[in-house]
Design a protein around this ligand. Sequence first.
Ligand SMILES: NC(=O)c1ccc[n+]([C@@H]2O[C@H](COP(=O)([O-])OP(=O)(O)OC[C@H]3O[C@@H](n4cnc5c(N)ncnc54)[C@H](OP(=O)(O)O)[C@@H]3O)[C@@H](O)[C@H]2O)c1
Length: 355
Amino acid sequence: MKKVAILGATGMVGQRFVTLLADHPWFELVVVAASPKSAGKVYEDAVKNRWCINEPIPHGVKELVVKSVEDDVDAIVKEVDLVFSAIDMDKDSIRTVEELYASKDCAVVSNNSAHRWTDDVPMIIPEVNPDHVKLIDTQRKNRGWKKGLIAVKPNCSLQSYVPILKALEQFEVKEVLVTTLQALSGAGKTHETWPEMQDNVLPYIQNEEEKSEKEPMKILGKIDGKGLHVAKNPNISVTCIRVPVSDGHMTSVELSLSKKVSADKIIDALENFENPLNGLDLPSAPEQFIQYHKDEDRPQTKLDRDYANGMGLSVGRLRESSLGWKFVSLSHNTIRGAAGGAILVAELLVKKDYI
Ligand SMILES: NC(=O)c1ccc[n+]([C@@H]2O[C@H](COP(=O)([O-])OP(=O)(O)OC[C@H]3O[C@@H](n4cnc5c(N)ncnc54)[C@H](OP(=O)(O)O)[C@@H]3O)[C@@H](O)[C@H]2O)c1
């Protein structure tokens, strides 16, 4: 068992980490940390009136005394091998905090965007670019870290379409137009804390479209002895919309392919996606990563976001379009798109002996 801490354990993503790590076969949650406002409180009290997960706080975590992310660094790194980072601070502070933990022999797997464009930090969707973990060798060399490391996962919006681009790579994807329909929890909110979103749709999410267009290029990039080469194709254009659902980011995708293929061949490529995690036995990896729905009214957010314990992807409504093909896809934003995705990255790092 590796001992782990959650930085930002009281927040929405932090709470997801808490529930997903309960009974994890490889990771034992021993430290919860947050801002000085929560530090010193028992976890149950620190999240009083803001616990937003549909299951109780796991036993063993309720009673943990919350530590301070910035003031208790030495005490925390002494207790753990790995920290999951889900802190909401300004980017410079997040970078400083994450580097401080890594410099003290601690592995950091982060949800935050602060390090996503740092050259020697891999941004990983384990089913898409598991080979990017090799960038950690360069990172450790650059920074003189022996056991410490920083790895990040991408923005939650990407998870609903980037794996599909990977599954269809064999048909040479050229142009991609995406519209995301993103849940309230993506902004750290609920129906209760964001009443203005009742009966409402917002046509703008700050900084989201830039992340949704740029981050796939790092993930789809190739790694060689000289480092990581960001991909130049496909061209991706994204519109991000906030919709009044609690959890689950849906995307409407239209794309063109260089190769002529049938709908059956596309569905086969999705359902039989050659998953590089097959055979690794990572506890959080879904048995079948992508499921395709033949019913025209699927995937639906409420019915399908929890597919494969919230770690899988649901796709449906594949049809021809003026550009080539269009379809709808869905993933759970705070599980697959945040805490669960980060836990899977950490499992991969353990399997590859980086942690
Ligand atoms: N929500 C999503 O779907 C999602 C998806 C992907 C990535 N993210 C990213 O994950 C991070 C957390 O998101 P969230 O939605 O969970 O936010 P949140 O609910 O606002 O939680 C923020 C967490 O950060 C802690 N924090 C705030 N200021 C701090 C400080 N000065 N020092 C130490 N800890 C501090 C908070 O502790 P206190 O409770 O003590 O204030 C809390 O635990 C953000 O960077 C966000 O962009 C979110």
